[in-house]
Design a binder for this molecule. Structure first.
Ligand code: BES
Ligand code: ZN
Length: 612
């Protein structure tokens, strides 16, 4: 791969910015000619027409003396008008051309100037089907009184609500004025102090430079509660207190991560609770992680999600993948750091159980993914990054880092990771650049421990190396022994000593039961433990997967509610898949017809594809 690093040391708000020409195949942007360094967004949140409407103003830093053209990414945007500020300060009309829409990349917006304009303003509106926005009616919210909307820009959906150089190879600062109906509060991935007075007119300022996929907005009936001096939750009032109780270890997580990897760089760390239709578990929008309510379990059993999104404040948001083929640099490091945070705050036993569950999930997934897509350094070949999404960048990435940690020891490896985060703060890098850094700062410094061949095997070869870590938990081994005894019929379900089982032990137990367990055993478990009625969404999911695989029909009313009430892809897509392959296609299709309107466009797209 040819790399042309155009180190654009831009002194902006004291942070030196770099755009890396990284051959990001998912952008039309001409970064070698001009880089946008700051955005000002002035948008009206129009719930009636399900659109954002207004303008974005780009501050431009020209790179090439001959350049007169700015190319931006868009998808399903209506562009009304483009004006630019000439060097004299006067605003003039600019000529622009919006090319036909490409299914993956969207529509290229080319703006032509007769000079190197320092500022350009694009007046536009998004469309109701914007891939990066979800619009909910009041009936679809917990409050039932006000509508709700939010963005999800990663990987390449920022372009569906902002005309922007939509590549993680560059960074912008931004500020914004957002107007909403009076009783709706807007929040952004920025300093939110301008949103404290709920009056429909909000101001935001993001002084730290971020890649465009981290620009985020949410608006709804949002109230606010502090958890600590640095953390608070924004949520609909119905789930605010439960969320605060669930996530009140967030400050402890920040403090532990600061100690391990260097000071948190973003000021506040708040959480925004989204409606259950949010297609992900969480999204690491800076200063304000977006969180699914499906992790509010009542017992903190799923708070590794918070550790994960927080960890992105170092890996991902501070040190960013230059292209989506380098996603593992982002998610693999984050999964690793997440687990280190969990160990610090909740202890080693729980951390290892979480490693083991994830590793089992990865090993199962590896069997279903085409070999080339099991490489850490993905080859997308023009595909939408969403289509190559799997646990490979997450858990194979994490296992690689655990491997290095075990080989070099924690002291050495922690120093390396901390140094890496420092070196690449507010920068983006490719896998090739990472390999160079790794070799110079770890492999060659401590000769004879790990070879570069081994590093290359992990990063560029499919599957898992034969000597990959295989995290095992003592607690899980006990569960395995008991399971075998019960399966043989030596003890009854009532005799299983489950009283002190954690959610993790339950997940391990259910996930490892055979798919031909037979109806009697399913009934025995359900009668004893009432699993069909589990209020823990991960346990319910695991149980439903087992139930569908076993043709256990008692789950169907509860499964209908699960599929209709939740839009988190990880908790619904595998169920739809399994229903289809287990002869329940018609039933699943009928449920989907009822549920579809409540799902996010991304989830709709994924599930439409299953049925077509
Ligand atoms: N950044 C991701 C979500 C994402 C990744 C969106 C790629 C679009 C493209 C987020 O941090 C994430 O990984 N969430 C996980 C959390 C889990 C691993 C604890 C999720 O949503 O399940
Ligand atoms: Zn993540």
């Amino acid at each position: 791969m040819k790399l042309k690093p155009v180190a654009l040391a831009l002194a902006l708000s004291g942070i030196s910015l770099h755009a890396v020409a990284a051959n990001d195949e998912h952008t039309y942007a001409n970064l070698d000619e001009v880089v946008s360094t700051h955005l000002y967004l002035d948008l009206d949140v129009d719930f009636d027409d399900k659109q954002l409407e207004g303008f974005v103003e780009h501050t431009l830093d020209w790179q090439d003396a001959n350049a007169r053209t700015l190319v931006l990414d868009t998808r399903d945007l209506e562009i009304d008008r483009v004006i630019y500020q000439g060097k004299s300060g006067k605003w003039r009309e600019a000529k622009f051309d919006l090319a036909p829409r490409d299914d993956v990349k969207g529509a290229k917006l080319t703006i032509k100037f007769n000079q190197q304009a320092p500022k350009v303003r694009i007046y536009y509106n998004s469309l109701p089907q914007a891939s990066g926005l979800q619009w909910l009616t009041p009936e679809q919210t917990a409050s039932k009184t006000q509508p709700f909307m939010y963005s999800q820009s990663q990987a390449i959906h920022a372009r569906s609500w902002i005309p922007v150089q939509d590549t993680p190879a560059m960074r912008v600062t931004y500020n914004a004025r957002i107007e909403t109906p009076k009783n709706v509060r807007a929040v952004m991935s920025a300093d939110n102090t301008g949103a404290f007075i709920k009056d429909g007119d909000y101001f935001f300022d993001m002084p730290q430079a971020i890649p465009p996929y981290l620009i985020a907005i949410g608006a709804g009936n949002l109230e606010y509660k502090e958890m600590s001096h640095q953390t608070a939750i924004f949520a609909e009032p119905q789930i605010l207190d439960a969320s605060v109780a669930e996530f009140n270890d967030t400050q402890a997580m920040i403090d532990k991560t600061n100690a391990m990897y260097g000071e948190y760089a973003w000021g506040r760390y708040d959480l925004l609770m989204l409606p259950p239709s949010f297609p992900f578990g969480g999204m690491e929008n800076p200063r304000l992680s977006f969180i699914t309510p499906t992790v509010v379990a009542g017992d903190k059993s799923l708070v590794n999600l918070i550790a994960h999104e927080l960890a992105h404040s170092w890996s991902g948001n501070l040190v960013t993948n230059a292209t989506w083929e380098d996603l593992w640099l982002n998610e693999g490091f984050t999964s690793y750091v997440e687990n280190r945070i969990m160990e610090e705050v909740f202890g080693r036993d729980r951390a290892v159980m979480e490693q083991s569950l994830d590793a089992a999930g990865l090993r199962a997934q590896l069997k279903t993914i085409d070999a080339p897509d099991t490489r850490l350094n993905l080859k997308l070949n023009g595909r939408d990054p969403d289509d190559a999404f799997s646990s490979v960048p997450y858990t194979k990435g994490q296992l690689f880092l655990i491997y290095l940690e075990e080989k070099y020891g924690r002291d050495v490896f922690d120093e390396f990771v901390k140094g890496y985060f420092k070196e690449y703060s507010f920068k983006s890098l490719t896998t090739a650049q990472f390999v160079t850094y790794l070799q110079a700062n770890l492999i060659d410094k401590h000769p004879g421990v790990v070879s570069m061949d081994k590093v290359n095997e992990w990063i560029f070869e499919p599957g898992l190396p034969a000597d990959a870590p295989n995290p095992t938990s003592d607690a899980f081994e006990k569960v395995d022994t008991l399971t075998a005894t019960w399966l043989k019929g030596d003890i009854t379900a009532a005799e299983l000593p489950t009283a002190n089982w954690t959610v993790h032990e339950w997940l391990h137990f259910i996930n490892n039961l055979p798919r031909d367990l037979g109806n009697d055993k399913m009934v025995e478990l359900d009668t004893q433990f009432n699993l069909t009625a589990s209020t823990n969404k991960e346990v319910a999911f695991a149980w439903f997967m087992l139930g569908v695989g076993n043709g256990y029909d008692a789950i169907y009313p509860a499964l209908d509610k699960h599929l209709t009430g939740i839009g988190r892809r990880k908790l619904i897509v595998p169920l739809y898949k399994s229903l289809i392959t287990n002869g329940k296609r018609d039933w699943a299709y009928e449920v989907y017809q009822g549920a579809r309107a409540g799902y996010h466009p991304l989830a709709q797209g994924t599930i439409d594809a299953l049925f077509n």
